[in-house]
Design a protein around this ligand. Structure first.
Ligand code: PSV
Ligand code: MN
Length: 399
């Protein structure tokens, strides 16, 4: 790696942060069962401690995303949670309303045919905006499980209309520094017609809602052959890309560790972002977040592994020679253009990561440091004892 490239990669790393999800530290599983870990977080303080540990060893995860009904106790002053987060060296990031778990949402939330249920969902979002204000969060991150399971079940157009109306109403509640992110997902839990199934739908609804609504790209929410970086490039060009939920997939929304299946995919996404930024001479405002729940891997370790992978791929993408790429593209030199991407992708960026970590007084290897610290062992012992004292028994499966 030449000194010039090293500088470029280090510079890129110095502006790159990733938000971790509170739900990635608690017990999770599939609908066939859960495999429990002694070190899994029991409460919000544990989740924040885990997120704080990830930040302490990686230095690039200063915020944690929260899900309102999973993380805030009714009647609790959200500022208490801010204090708790501060104690663990982090801040609160995106606020995610829960619009999917209540029985009332059987037929949907914003898309429900009953105005009273839509109103209930909106009220929950207004409460979420109030939490955003209290904790100083910039992002309201919206994901809807809404959809139908059978042809003819509901009017697709009517549901679209309900979404347009509710999102517009919600947008009016946002403060000047608040953005709402609209996430799409092709299927699950709805298996016939998810109301916001793809980026086009999320784009259209966001556009109609107002200027502070942007699209959130969850990398796991695409069909197998879909070209995600092309979606990213289009959204960037339209100033409609708000953020990411990172994870990897082999089949559907697998929630696998970022880059475990296709690291080149994430590299190509980062390349589109950095190429865009170079052309516009301005870095777009994008919320990078992880959305993974690990069942087999130790949760904090998996999060560290994910974040380090994201940094590595971001640093590699920063090495693409944009000038040479523009020239190759102008001449239609297909091979040369492609090789420029490949060259950057295959460059060993560990010297840049080492230099960046050193200059930020961070451990040389976050995962090694985490293991050395004994955090996992201590958390497991403490949480196991607390579960026992609280009478929490875990086991069996759920369906
Ligand atoms: C839905 O699959 C999703 O990707 C949404 O972002 C939710 O907030 C998250 O997963 C919950 O695990
Ligand atoms: Mn997601």
């Amino acid at each position: 790696m030449t000194p010039k490239l090293l500088r470029r990669a280090v510079e890129a790393l110095s502006t790159f942060n990733v938000e971790t999800p509170s739900w990635g530290f608690a017990d999770t599983g599939t609908r066939f069962g859960k495999f429990f870990q002694d070190a899994a977080a029991i409460d919000m303080n544990d989740k924040l401690a885990d997120a704080g540990q990830v930040h302490a060893v990686t230095g690039c995860c200063p915020t944690v995303a929260t899900h309102v009904l999973w993380d805030y106790t009714p009647g609790q002053d959200p500022k208490q949670v801010v204090k708790m987060a501060r104690k663990h060296g982090i801040k609160l990031g995106a606020i995610n309303p829960n619009l999917f778990q209540d029985q009332e949402y059987k037929w949907g939330s914003f898309g429900h045919n009953d105005a009273a249920v839509r109103e209930r969902a909106l009220q929950h979002c207004f409460d979420s905006v109030a939490i955003m204000k209290a904790v100083g969060s910039e992002y309201l991150s919206l994901w809807f499980a809404d959809g139908t399971n059978y042809p003819g079940q509901a009017s697709i157009r009517e549901r679209k209309g309900h979404f347009e109306e509710a999102l517009k109403t919600l947008h009016k509640k946002l403060g000047p520094n608040q953005t709402m992110l609209v996430e799409y997902k092709p299927f699950e839990p709805a298996f016939y017609a998810t109301d916001i199934a793809d980026w086009g739908m999320a784009y259209l609804l966001s556009k109609k809602a107002g200027p502070r609504a942007k699209v959130l790209v969850d990398t796991g929410h695409h069909y197998s052959a879909q070209n995600i970086e092309q979606i990213v490039a289009w959204l960037l060009d339209e100033d409609m890309l708000g953020g990411f939920h990172f994870n990897d997939r082999r089949y559907a929304d697998d929630d696998l560790t970022l880059g475990s299946i296709d690291p080149y995919q994430i590299f190509r996404i980062f390349h589109e972002i950095l190429f865009f930024a170079a052309d516009r001479r301005k870095m777009p405002n994008i919320a990078y977040m992880v959305d993974q729940c690990h069942n087999e891997k130790a949760k904090v370790e998996a999060m560290i592994q994910t974040v380090v992978m994201a940094q590595e791929l971001y640093a590699k993408a920063a090495l693409v020679d944009h000038e040479a790429l523009r020239k190759a593209q102008a001449k239609n030199s297909v091979i040369d253009a492609e090789l420029l991407l490949k060259k950057a992708f295959f460059t060993d960026v560990s010297p840049a990561l080492a230099a960046w970590r050193k200059s930020n007084q961070l451990p040389a290897d976050p995962l090694v440091e985490h293991r050395r610290s004994g955090y996992e062992r201590k958390a497991a012992a403490d949480r196991k004892a607390r579960r026992k004292a609280m009478g929490i028994t875990r086991g069996g499966s759920f369906a």
